[in-house]
Design a protein around this ligand. Structure first.
Ligand SMILES: [Zn+2]
Length: 430
């Protein structure tokens, strides 16, 4: 198959204008040349259920230079959906095997694997990619990657994001028959931290339902697990990895289900409910990955306007999908051009730093902050500590005269600077 034939569908998107194209789109063969050049490098974070699909979709969509990072090895339970892996691969690193399979299967593609932790890679490595796609299942890993891409973001003097510092990121996630895809353009769209409330803590069933009005197999299982266990085996800690414990809960749950005429309590379901396992569904992964890679292609070439900015998909009862334009949080400690903070101009710099550390939203990101104003270090740890220490007892109003000034706070806990907008407000006027 020649190139024109092989990339016919992609070329239809990249070589024709239309009413739905993105801003600045200029159709032409250069776009495919760019996608396939070493200037266009895409990082896929995760080589599990979503990662395998994302890698396949990227490779078949014409992206040539792809890196994949994953710290896991292949488990036999992955094989039903992580289709790049075979029985003989069990125990091998996911990233390595996934890269080998894609490279062997899709001519011309160069997938480079990294078997390791995302936290161990230097910032410059992440900076070298044109775009990053997340195929992760953990909130903490997503927050980490968000802090990496937002750490590159810089604002100009007018508080506008510097375009050249924006690292686009596409995030996919699935949970059973539900999933989401979102596009994060730091400084323009909400970042992960802006919308943390989208990930509420797991809700458990009310105990009274379990004890009095069970209606589902899960209710019966949780009754045996949370209530009966403590009554019948007091003082004994329930261990989810203990087969006998699990079997005990299963048998009690089955008895209770029979008593209430409820069908469907199985040993496998008991394990799932007690360990809080939400089954991964191959079709959901395929749908969400396709959306993520489509958004990646749009972002890289502008052949169409991108998702603005969050798509949810629900396939559990019927089929439902919704796109929501979420807003940035102006007080986001990770991406805001200046988190507004009311400051007493008579407070000392030390008191200001204490205020930062005690702030319920900002303090948890900080341990020993350094503060600067423009190019001036107000207080800095390290080699400037002795020089800047006298400032700690000086008035904020003297150090920073402008109401509304944006201070830069750096801390070893932060991947990038936190920007704080000082508001002297009523205290200044009084
Ligand atoms: Zn944010």
């Amino acid at each position: 198959m020649d190139d024109a034939e092989r990339w016919r569908d992609l070329d239809l998107l990249l070589t024709r204008a239309g009413r739905l194209v993105g801003p600045g789109f200029e159709p032409g063969p250069e776009l495919r040349e760019f996608l396939q050049s070493p200037d266009c490098r895409v990082l896929c974070v995760g080589a599990g259920g979503l990662g395998c699909e994302i890698l396949k979709d990227l490779a078949l969509s014409g992206v040539v230079h792809i890196d994949v990072i994953d710290m896991d090895t292949i488990d036999v339970s992955n094989l039903n959906r992580q289709f790049l892996f075979r029985m003989k691969d069990v125990g091998q690193p996911k990233a390595t095997v996934a890269a080998e399979r894609i490279n062997a299967r899709v001519p011309g593609v160069k997938v480079t694997p990294v078997f390791g932790r995302i936290e161990d890679q230097p910032a410059d490595w992440y900076r070298s990619f044109s775009l990053i796609i997340l195929g992760l299942d953990s909130l903490e890993a997503r927050r980490y990657m968000n802090s990496v891409v937002c750490g590159f973001l810089e604002y100009d003097d007018e508080g506008q994001p510097d375009q050249s510092t924006i690292k686009p990121m596409v995030d996919g996630g699935t949970e059973g028959f539900k999933g989401h895809a979102r596009v994060i353009l730091p400084g323009f769209t909400p970042c992960f931290e802006c919308t943390l409330w989208l990930f509420p803590p797991q809700t458990k069933f009310p105990l009274c339902t379990l004890a009095e009005t069970p209606r589902s197999p899960a209710h019966c299982i949780e009754y045996a697990h949370l209530i009966l266990w403590g009554q019948v085996r007091p003082g004994e800690e329930f261990d989810t990895d203990n087969e006998e414990h699990m079997k005990w809960v299963y048998e009690r749950a089955a008895e209770r289900a029979k008593q209430y005429g409820i069908q469907g309590v199985t040993f496998q379901l008991t394990q799932g409910v007690v360990k809080n396992i939400i089954p991964a569904i191959a079709s959901t992964n395929a749908i969400i990955s396709a959306q993520c890679v489509l958004e990646a292609l749009k972002t890289l070439t502008c052949f169409s306007t991108g998702l603005d900015n969050y798509m949810m998909y629900v396939g559990s009862s019927g089929l439902y999908s919704l796109t929501t334009k979420y807003d940035k949080d102006p007080a986001c400690p990770v991406c805001s051009p200046g988190v507004p903070l009311d400051v007493d101009p008579d407070a000392t710099l030390q008191q200001f730093i204490d205020q930062l550390l005690a702030d319920p939203s900002l303090g948890k990101h900080l341990s020993a902050p350094s503060v600067s104003y423009g190019s001036t270090n107000l207080y800095a740890h390290g080699i400037f500590e002795a020089d800047t220490r006298p400032n700690l007892s000086r008035r904020m109003g003297d150090l920073v005269a402008d109401d509304g000034a944006v201070l830069t706070v750096n801390d070893k806990r932060l991947r990038g600077p936190m920007r704080v907008k000082v508001r002297y407000g009523s205290a200044m006027r009084a």
